[in-house]
Design a protein around this ligand. Structure first.
Ligand code: FES
Ligand SMILES: [Fe+2]
Length: 382
């Protein structure tokens, strides 16, 4: 039996047993979290700097820079990024700030280009970050251009994502940080998927927003007509890889498996698998054909979030029917997040501002958020 099938069968078994017993994967105990930890400017700013800047975070998808000499200019929190794939196929990430006087070297967007003309006075850099031309250099004065390079960040490509440390002083061993989660992500094979659509969304504060991505306890209330239509609420198989997590929900047809011989199971039709990359990435593949990837960064003022949301298809949809399926999936994801999750999360944000609660309570049946908050505390207390 292939490794992927074995894994899905074992997850389906766990979920089927839980469903038959009325149980779910649980944390050891209830967790109490101070509401202040969601909004206190000093706490949030220290956590963001220790977590988002000093550890590798996903900043883009490999599928966005498939070709040699492609690039993406984007922003993570307050750091403008220029991500390039060189002629050598290697991905590099630079802070998108010119060494002359600090203007963006490249406007935000993505495309194919190997040289970047700074947007202010036109200094030119190559996609390895080296300065290759100074506009009107004969009048500029003596300067050793060989030593002028864009500030490069630690960057590595792995499991279909491009990871970087936003703090330029930090170098990292990405494998240590992954805790073998890369083998889980590799099973999805994201780098070969086709990006059908990508959009950005404004969301509530970081931890309020991210709690929503880790929640398996709300589908019946918030998503009765979208994702909750097919998933059973409060039925989770939960596994952790250092700070990263994989969880599976049971679909409403899970009990059918008890009537089928295991060798005939198609487990992917009975479970929904979600991978969350600490601290800000979520990969949710539906029946291995369509996938929703979200990367969420706090806004520069740390009072909200910007989500980059990707809709991917295993293969480029070509027929009318395939395009319609991709559109339908995209609309389902949009509705669930934009019309349902984020409005709920904004209401929670309002409730925090009202000071009604001093604490939030995470139940034993909410092990995913518990794990997340434990890691936030662990990394930010150092
Ligand atoms: S700031 Fe880039 S060329 Fe002047
Ligand atoms: Fe939700």
């Amino acid at each position: 039996m292939g490794h992927q099938r074995k894994k899905l069968i074992s997850l389906a078994k766990r979920l089927l047993n839980h469903n038959l017993n009325g149980s779910t994967d649980q944390a050891d105990k209830i967790m109490i979290k101070k509401v202040n930890d969601y909004i206190d400017d000093d706490i949030i700013s220290s956590e963001v700097s220790k977590i988002f800047y000093d550890h590798p975070v996903p900043i883009a998808l490999s599928a966005e820079l498939k070709k040699k000499n492609s690039y993406k200019a984007t922003k993570a929190i307050d750091t403008p990024l220029l991500i390039t794939r060189g002629e050598d196929g290697v991905v590099r990430t630079f802070i998108n700030i010119c060494k002359h006087r600090g203007a963006p070297v490249c406007p935000e967007g993505r495309g194919e280009k190997s040289k970047f003309n700074c947007t202010y006075h036109g200094w030119m850099y190559d996609n390895k970050g080296s300065l290759i031309n100074i506009f009107k250099s004969d009048t500029f004065g003596d300067i050793d251009t060989k030593n002028i390079k864009l500030t490069e960040l630690f960057c590595e490509e792995k499991s279909g994502f491009i990871w970087a440390c936003l703090n330029p002083d930090v170098k990292y061993n990405l494998s240590d940080w992954m805790n073998e989660f890369e083998t889980e992500l590799d099973d999805i094979g994201l780098k070969n998927w086709y990006i059908f659509k990508s959009t950005t969304l404004n969301g509530p504060r970081w931890k309020i927003c991210w709690d929503g991505y880790l929640d398996g306890y709300h589908h019946h209330m918030v998503h009765p007509e979208t994702v909750g239509k097919n998933t059973i609420v409060n039925l989770i198989a939960h596994d952790t890889y250092g700070p990263h997590q994989r969880f599976a929900f049971g679909l409403k047809n899970i009990n059918e498996l008890s009537k089928i011989d295991e060798k005939d199971w198609e487990p992917e039709n009975h479970i929904r698998l979600i991978h969350t990359i600490f601290p800000n990435g979520s990969v949710s593949a539906i029946q291995n054909q369509h996938c929703l990837v979200s990367i969420v960064f706090p806004t520069p003022d740390l009072k909200g979030t910007i989500t980059t949301q990707y809709i991917l298809c295993l293969k480029e949809p070509k027929t009318k029917e395939q395009i319609k399926e991709a559109e339908d999936f995209s609309e389902l994801a949009r509705k669930a997040i934009v019309d349902e999750d984020y409005p709920m999360n904004f209401k929670i944000q309002d409730s925090i501002n009202s000071k009604a609660n001093k604490e939030f309570i995470f139940g034993r049946n909410e092990p995913i958020q518990q794990h997340y908050h434990k890691w936030v505390d662990k990394l930010s207390s150092k």
